[in-house]
Design a protein. Structure first.
Length: 162
C-alpha cells in the first residue's frame, strides 16, 4: 500500500519548490518584516490598517513556508524510466493521446505526480480517475473510466514514454 503522506513529483518540481522556499525565507521574509517595521512607525497599532495588513501578509507567508517544507520533506521523486514496464505501456510520465468514444474528441494527456497536475495544460495526476484508469494500458486499448461526471470511454491512440 502506498504511503499517502508522500507527494510524487519530478526532480525538476522538487528543485522549483526548494527555490521558492529559499526566496520566501530570504527575500520575501525580509520584505514583510520591513513592512511591519514601517507600519509600526505610524503609531497606535490598534487603529493601524497598514500594520494589520502587514501582519496578515506575514501569516500567509509563514503558512506558505510551512506548506513548502512539508512538500519538500515528503517528496517522492518519480523516475519515468521504469525498466519493468514495457515502453508502450502507460505509466507516470507517459504522454497519451486518447479519443473520447462518445463525442470523437481527441485529447493528449501527460500522466504526472499529484504535485505537478494541471488539467488545463493537459497534465493529469496519476491519482486522478482518468490517470488511474489509463495506467497500465497500451495504444489500441479501449478503457472505461468511472469519473465523477459519469463513465468515460476512451480509445488509446498513442503512448509516448520518454
Amino acid at each position: 500500500m502506498p504511503d499517502l503522506s508522500r507527494f510524487k513529483m519530478s526532480q525538476e518540481r522538487l528543485d522549483a519548490l526548494k527555490d521558492e522556499l529559499y526566496y520566501l525565507e530570504t527575500v520575501r521574509e525580509k520584505e514583510v518584516a520591513e513592512q511591519i517595521k514601517e507600519a509600526r512607525s505610524f503609531g497606535d497599532l490598534s487603529e493601524n490598517s497598514e500594520y494589520d495588513e502587514a501582519k496578515t501578509e506575514q501569516g500567509k507567508l509563514y503558512s506558505k513556508i510551512a506548506e513548502l517544507k512539508v512538500l519538500i520533506e515528503n517528496a517522492e521523486i518519480v523516475d519515468n524510466t521504469d525498466e519493468n514496464v514495457p515502453k508502450d505501456t502507460i505509466t507516470l510520465g507517459s504522454i497519451v493521446r486518447v479519443r473520447d468514444l462518445e463525442d470523437g474528441f481527441e485529447e493528449a494527456y501527460e500522466i504526472v505526480g499529484s504535485q505537478e497536475a494541471n488539467p488545463r495544460a493537459g497534465r493529469i495526476s496519476d491519482d486522478s480517475p482518468v490517470g488511474r484508469g489509463l495506467k497500465g494500458h497500451k495504444a489500441g486499448d479501449t478503457v472505461t473510466i468511472s469519473a465523477p461526471a459519469g463513465d468515460l470511454q476512451f480509445l488509446i491512440i498513442s503512448v509516448e514514454n520518454k
